[in-house]
Design a protein around this ligand. Sequence first.
Ligand SMILES: C[S@@+](CC[C@H](N)C(=O)[O-])C[C@H]1O[C@@H](n2cnc3c(N)ncnc32)[C@H](O)[C@@H]1O
Length: 300
Amino acid sequence: MILNENGSIDKLIINTEKSEVYNIDCLEGLKNLPDNCVDIVVTSPPYWGQRGDDGIGLEINPKDYVNNLTAIFLDVMRVLKEDGVFWLNIGDAYNTPINWNFDDHIYSSLGKDKNGLDPNNSAYTKKRGNRRACIEKESGWLQYGNLLALPWRIILNLCDKGYFYRGEVIWAKRKAMPEGCCRRPHRKHEMIYIITKSEKHNFTTKPPIPSVWDLKADPFIKEKGNHTSTFPLDLPLTCIESSGIDEGIVLDPFMGTGTTALAAMMKGLNFIGFELDNENFKTCQNRIRKFKTEKAQMLF
Ligand SMILES: C[S@@+](CC[C@H](N)C(=O)[O-])C[C@H]1O[C@@H](n2cnc3c(N)ncnc32)[C@H](O)[C@@H]1O
């Protein structure tokens, strides 16, 4: 990376032969990658309005969230090889304010005694965004309480540009997500969507890949510090195994604490990643360093 006299990036040189995570905005990073250079993408962007830090997910209007992620994923598709596979783990959102704080115990039917979770549960303590419902009279879908179908809007945008929506996987969770008392099912799953450039992409066919995954709990959960929106190591591992590719580069434009990088190393693949948040970037670097020195694949 070459910095100019103001300390900002003048020229970023990415050597795709070298596994590396860069502490920059992914849109900036992607611009510096050539077309058709990565084999697999596994990523989980911030969900709309869930977080309080910088970056994607803070948009007041969900239309901006959809547009921003579409722009990033169009560039992801540009750098993906013709036979590559893009695995996208992304959650939807209701058009409601975020109401997760400790006082929600009053309404909650969750937890052992059915009156709320432990006060230290990350659902209450993690840094949240100040999301408000975004109502627009002229946009029928922006009504209060509507499930916004944000992943589908992004996927349809990619399909409109000619990319292939190839299926989805349900990541079945052991416990329902804490959602308080609400007139809707308590979600006990997350989705992983598969997008490709061609119908003839790589994929594991023997044995066939199931559409519901019961992923192993994360063996490295304690290393992830305060970052609570991570996926378990088994998620990128299973995505890599299911891609039917055993060499090449795995890209994660929202690298967080580096889970995808660890999975790539365990599978003998190279990785490239981008992460905006300094603390998450440091955690990521430490985990990669630790993995390299301790050969952590023995632990899993
Ligand atoms: C859901 S987390 C990813 C967690 C990751 N899968 C893991 O297991 O650690 C999303 C990450 O994207 C980062 N982020 C948000 N906007 C970004 C952007 N424009 N460019 C790069 N990273 C960004 C956030 O800081 C956060 O760490």
